[in-house]
Structures are given as structure tokens and as C-alpha cells.
Design a binder for this molecule. Structure first.
Ligand SMILES: [Cu+2]
Length: 129
């Protein structure tokens, strides 16, 4: 009977210690993820993905079509010198408006790299002047 009040307190103290112990490594992991945020810088040609995937269209001779396609909201890509192609998007929104003028031109883009099922994505992109 004497201990009946002590036991719940002791248990809650244990729970608090356990919570602290668990919380610390999680916080550290979050910190590490923020540091290595997959930020990359890629230089390449701005692609109109619809025409590029459909018939390989790119380059100067396709620039005006690419500009039209990108302005109309079709997906935008960046083809780096090593041939890798990345989809380009803003921060939870399209980046088409700012990329249209660079259709078929070579630019450098900074963003967060994500890859899944063989498709590469650069998100939250910024054009590096
Ligand atoms: Cu096009």
C-alpha cells in the first residue's frame, strides 16, 4: 500500500527518460537530413518534355515550339551534358513561367534532387545566373 502512489510516479519518470532517450537520436537524424538535403547544381539544355520524349525534339531548331509548349504548362526538363534528364519544378508549383524564356538554351539550375523509378526530379529550383 505504501508504494502504490510511488509506482505510478516512478513509471512516469521512466517514461519521461525513455522519451528523452528516443527523442534525441531522432532529432539528430533530422538535423543530418537538413544538412544533406540533396541540393545539387546541374547545367543543361532546357527541354520541352512532351516534344523531347515524343520525337526527340530539342535544340535551336525547336526553340520556338519548346517555348510555346513550356509556356502552355507542359512538363519542363533539363538535359545535362552526360545525357541525364531531370524534370524541373518549383516549390510545390510549376516553374514553367520562369523557364519558358530559356527553352532550348543551356542554363544552370540549383535544386533538390529526387529520383524514383528511373525518373529524376529537381525541385524548388533556382536558376543560377
Ligand atoms: Cu514543343
Amino acid at each position: 500500500m505504501k508504494n502504490s502512489a510511488f509506482v505510478p510516479k516512478f513509471l512516469s519518470l521512466l517514461a519521461a527518460i525513455a522519451a528523452l532517450t528516443v527523442a534525441r537520436p531522432l532529432a539528430a537524424a533530422d538535423g543530418d537530413m537538413a544538412k544533406t538535403d540533396n541540393q545539387v547544381t546541374v547545367t543543361g539544355e532546357v527541354l520541352d518534355m512532351a516534344c523531347y520524349l515524343d520525337h526527340g525534339a530539342h535544340g535551336e531548331k525547336h526553340a520556338s515550339c519548346a517555348q510555346m509548349c513550356i509556356s502552355s504548362g507542359l512538363p519542363v526538363g533539363l538535359k545535362s551534358a552526360d545525357g541525364k534528364v531531370y524534370l524541373l519544378v518549383g516549390e510545390h508549383k510549376p516553374a514553367n513561367e520562369k523557364l519558358a524564356e530559356y527553352a532550348a538554351k543551356t542554363i544552370t539550375v540549383k535544386g533538390k534532387l529526387a529520383s524514383r523509378d528511373g525518373i529524376n526530379l529537381l525541385e524548388n529550383i533556382e536558376i543560377v545566373p
